[in-house]
Design a protein around this ligand. Structure first.
Ligand code: NAG
Ligand code: NAG
Ligand code: NAG
Ligand code: NAG
Ligand code: NAG
Ligand code: NAG
Ligand code: NAG
Ligand code: NAG
Ligand code: NAG
Ligand code: NAG
Ligand code: NAG
Ligand code: NAG
Length: 812
């Protein structure tokens, strides 16, 4: 029963915590000392006790003392607890602070230092030099405080009933201390282990290690003061650590943060950390493949625990953010899907721990970059970051052996001085105490472990753009050079936005098409990767086959089966190639419809091609059609979810007007583009033909106009007129019109289109087709005559004006 009450209490308190967020709690061990002060100091709700010989609290082993005053009367300006910096205790002989510990486990030790100027007397605080150790760990060694206020924060797992903090002055010097905290903190704050980044032979166990806070940063360039943190931690703004200020945007939406079951709670990081973030400004260049990097000074030779705090406060669910995370050039996580990590709850916080050892120059670059995986919109976000130094095997948090020459240790006299400064100096850095509450949050650690195991297999793939499953397709650059005669200009068979396409012959005699990305196109990298992913996943008679790729030496090369007859477009207009007859055109329509139908239906998530056009339909030696160019393909919406795409992509003239205005990407966008291709096939003219008179420039607009006037024959390719059966053409036009309906819901699926095209082919007739089949086609036609006018309102001129820049992405 007691236990239940306790659980209830925990529940009530944690609920209050969720509601109130500035939730205060007494840590079980909670020692706050205002060193050298004759009076207690209250900092908001926390009382820092006087630490004088006549106080009731004798923490210090040898409390002899002396007072010195300063002449400086400038007040110390500080976010928090400035009064703590106005007094100090001076120690010129090894001295111990001793605290009894009521709860074993992790404690923060925070030491406040500020060498304020003194009026007169023996001591000049800027010359102090000393070491501090606790519980067997050397925390500071030959430490000489800078002339700015500083708080040194450590976390130690205390496993005895007493904590002794030893101050040892360096030879010929002394120690001083302005204030001190020893407070319990939730054990869950420090993981037992974490993902090891390039530490192959160590399995770091943090249970018994001491950690020192090197950096605690709030992204979004806003300070979070200890008042806004349940554990009284200070979070510094990230602006000063950032490498490329012009590439980022600071975002903030505190109300978007949703601490839910299983997500980290306030004592991991507060609302004001998760509610602000620094994101890459990808809006100017949505194809950008970039890192956002922060740089920190650290001591080489030590291992570091780095905690990344994430909370997607910018995108609507499901979060599409996919990130690559690095420490220096080492990969921490590849293609991390933030949404998955947060169970697709929007605004749920998530953190990721990594441990790495730093050698070299003492700079730790932390990068969060955009990912190319899964055709994601490139975006990157980080909400908070903590870097904690881990004690080494000797229990040191500082380099050993940096001792000053132990010349003549003037056998420091035994005096302990209390310095009281009336008013302080300069500005102040801060930090403060504790508070907290141990709510068992087992699943946090579990999540971490799950994450670990999920990522173990990704460690060695850094030098390829693809996961192992695609390795089989990888070609050495040498083989590609040989196949294309070192990219001979005479073998170029096409040029497009991505680069040139060459005809090549592999050593086994296979003729291939080699698409070589222009090296400067960043966008190309994303499309390149998408294309290889798609093609290696989806194989179909009517999709052009992937033979391989090459990503050596900054080359982005895709090798496809060679399509003898080139693009459909070339066979329709603008070339000297022989004209296709109606039956050939129907068969080509059917083949490409089959390819698209397969894309839309073959996996549980539809694949949307996004760039259906006659230049992306290729013809093999038998004039069989295959759909090509998957660089823009994207996984479609899952059932009942509306996909809002972040950048309109595709080709001018073929773009779904609904997609352009509402940016909703569905399979029906491909259906629209396919409808445009159908009319291109029927009319044998470009989709946009600026040389034609007004009203006829846009094929779709012209078709609609002629349809309204009942004059559709006028748009047909003159070559075909009189050589087609009217039933067949009628069927074809009917389904084509449906495809270019303004509303996606009014358009048929590719399956419907395919079925109707097959009917049109049968109606065109061949000896083998029985009249019965033709009747089937007519009677089961889903689209009645009356519905034909539905599309009559489509206005392409609106569509034109909304196109900011047209992309011509033709490959062959
Ligand atoms: C400081 O506070 C403690 C506990 O609240 C009290 O016992 C002590 O007398 C106070 N000391 C002074 C100097 O006010
Ligand atoms: C301080 O503590 C250390 C270790 O606990 C002990 O060895 C040393 O004698 C103590 N020194 C004083 C002056 O109490
Ligand atoms: C204290 O020492 C520093 C560094 O040695 C020196 O620059 C400063 O002038 C000294 N201050 C006083 C008041 O002596
Ligand atoms: C502290 O150390 C003890 C002894 O090694 C260990 O049993 C305990 O789990 C540790 N506590 C934490 C929070 O790491
Ligand atoms: C971050 O904020 C500080 C002031 O708080 C400002 O001086 C600095 O310019 C900001 N950094 C950036 C990159 O905007
Ligand atoms: C911030 O989050 C709230 C809560 O989810 C949301 O309603 C609001 O639109 C967001 N504000 C902005 C500017 O995104
Ligand atoms: C937080 O997420 C949970 C789980 O999805 C949801 O039930 C709850 O409504 C969300 N709370 C807010 C304030 O959005
Ligand atoms: C931070 O704390 C102050 C006062 O303690 C409060 O007014 C402010 O709203 C808090 N900010 C956030 C972001 O919680
Ligand atoms: C950190 O980044 C800077 C600039 O981007 C680079 O010069 C430096 O080599 C990097 N340091 C490490 C250790 O990677
Ligand atoms: C991001 O940084 C990592 C590590 O330094 C590097 O390997 C990668 O190439 C960078 N990505 C970009 C796009 O610069
Ligand atoms: C330590 O204090 C004593 C007594 O005040 C003094 O004589 C001695 O010079 C001091 N030692 C140092 C190194 O400052
Ligand atoms: C200097 O210290 C003495 C003794 O503690 C104290 O009485 C005096 O007020 C202090 N001077 C100032 C300016 O605070």
């Amino acid at each position: 029963m007691e236990f239940r009450k306790f659980r209830l209490l925990i529940w009530v308190m944690s609920t209050m915590c969720l509601i109130k967020c500035s939730f205060q709690f007494d840590p079980i061990d909670n020692y706050l000392l205002d060193c050298g002060s004759p009076t207690n100091s209250s900092i908001r709700d926390r009382v820092f006790l006087a630490d004088t010989s006549d106080s009731d609290h004798h923490f210090l082993s040898n409390p002899e003392q002396e007072s010195v005053n300063t002449s400086n009367s400038q007040p110390i300006s500080s976010t928090y607890g400035s009064s703590l910096y106005t007094t100090a205790r001076i120690v010129n002989k090894t001295s111990n602070y001793t605290f009894s510990i009521n709860q074993h486990g992790r404690h923060f030790i925070r030491l406040y230092f500020f060498p304020f100027p003194l009026d007169a007397g023996t001591y000049n605080l800027t010359t102090a030099r000393f070491s501090v150790s606790a519980h067997g760990f050397t925390l500071l060694k030959n430490f000489q405080p800078d002339n700015t206020p500083v708080v040194k924060e450590f976390s130690i797992n205390i496993t005895s009933d007493e904590l002794t903090l030893t101050f040892t002055p360096s030879p010929n010097s002394f120690a001083f201390l302005n204030a001190l905290e020893v407070i319990s903190h939730p054990n869950e704050l420090i993981p037992i282990t974490a993902r090891a980044v390039e530490l192959p032979h160590t399995h770091p166990n943090l249970m018994t290690q001491a950690l020192q806070t090197v950096a605690r940063v709030n992204m979004g360039n806003q300070t979070v003061s200890p008042d806004n943190d349940t554990l009284w931690r200070l979070w510094n703004p990230d602006g000063t650590f950032m490498k490329h200020n012009n590439l980022v945007r600071f975002v903030s939406n505190i109300s978007a943060v949703n601490y839910t079951a299983g997500s980290p709670a306030f004592d991991i990081a507060p609302l004001s950390v998760y509610g602000t973030a620094t994101k890459l400004d990808t809006e100017s260049d949505p194809g950008a493949l970039l890192n956002n990097t922060w740089s920190f000074n650290v001591d080489p030779g030590f291992s570091y625990l780095v905690r990344f705090h994430f909370c997607d406060i910018i995108e609507r669910p499901p979060s599409e953010l996919i990130l690559n995370i690095y420490l220096n050039s080492m990969s921490v996580a590849k293609d991390l899907k933030l949404g998955d990590q947060m169970s697709n709850i929007w605004g749920a916080p998530f953190y990721l721990d990594a441990i790495t050892k730093l050698n070299g120059n003492g700079i730790l670059n932390v990068s969060v970059g955009t990912s190319l995986a899964f055709g994601a919109y490139p975006e990157s976000i980080l909400n908070g970051l903590e870097i904690l130094k881990i004690s080494n095997s000797n229990g040191n948090l500082v380099e050993g052996g940096t001792g000053v020459n132990s010349s003549n240790s003037n056998s420091n006299s035994k005096i302990l001085v209390i310095v009281v400064v009336s008013s302080g100096v300069l500005c102040v850095l801060i930090l403060l105490c504790c508070v907290f509450f141990v709510i068992t949050r087992r699943n946090r650690r579990k999540r971490n472990e799950e994450y670990l195991s999920a990522n173990v297999h990704k460690t060695n793939d850094e030098n390829t753009l693809f996961s192992r499953s695609k390795i089989g397709y990888r070609f050495p650059l040498g083989a590609v050079l040989e196949a294309t005669d070192k990219f001979s200009e005479s073998l170029v068979i096409g040029i497009g936005g991505f680069g040139k396409v060459y005809k090549g012959i592999l050593s086994d005699g296979t003729i291939v098409a080699v698409k070589r990305g222009a090296p400067q196109s960043l966008q190309g990298v994303s499309e390149f990767q998408t294309e290889v992913e798609m093609l290696s996943q989806f194989r179909h008679r009517h999709l052009v086959s992937l033979i391989g790729y090459c990503d050596e030496k900054n080359e982005l090369i895709i090798i496809y089966e060679y399509m003898e007859n080139g693009t459909l477009k070339n066979h329709l207009y603008g070339s000297d190639l022989p004209k296709l007859n109606w039956k050939q055109r129907l068969e080509i329509s059917i083949g490409s419809a089959r390819g698209l139908h397969y894309l839309h239906t073959s996996s549980h998530l539809a694949i949307i091609h996004r760039d259906v056009k006659s230049a992306n339909i290729l013809l093999d030696e038998n004039m069989m059609a295959k759909v090509a160019d998957f660089g823009l393909s994207k996984t479609g919406p899952a059932i009942d979810q509306t996909h809002v795409s972040t950048a309109v992509k595709g080709s001018f003239g073929y773009l779904d007007p609904e997609y352009m205005t509402r940016q909703q990407l569905t399979e029906k966008s491909d259906v629209y583009s396919f409808g445009v291709v159908m009319f291109e096939i029927l009319c044998g003219r470009p989709v946009i033909d600026p040389s034609r008179p007004r009203g006829m420039v846009s094929l779709v607009e012209w078709v609609n106009e002629m349809r309204k006037r009942g004059d559709l024959e006028k748009v047909f390719d003159p070559f075909l007129v009189g050589k087609m059966k009217m039933e067949s053409v009628k069927k074809y036009v009917e389904i084509g019109e449906k495809c270019i309906a303004e509303q996606g819901v009014d358009r048929p699926t590719m399956g419907d289109v395919l079925w109707n095209l097959e009917c049109a082919l049968q109606l065109e007739g061949s000896e083998v087709n029985s009249p019965k089949v033709e009747n089937d086609c007519v009677s089961s036609n889903v689209f009645s005559e009356g519905s034909v006018g539905d599309f009559a309102g489509v206005s392409m001129s609106r569509v034109f004006s909304e196109m900011v820049k047209g992309e011509e992405r033709e490959m062959r």
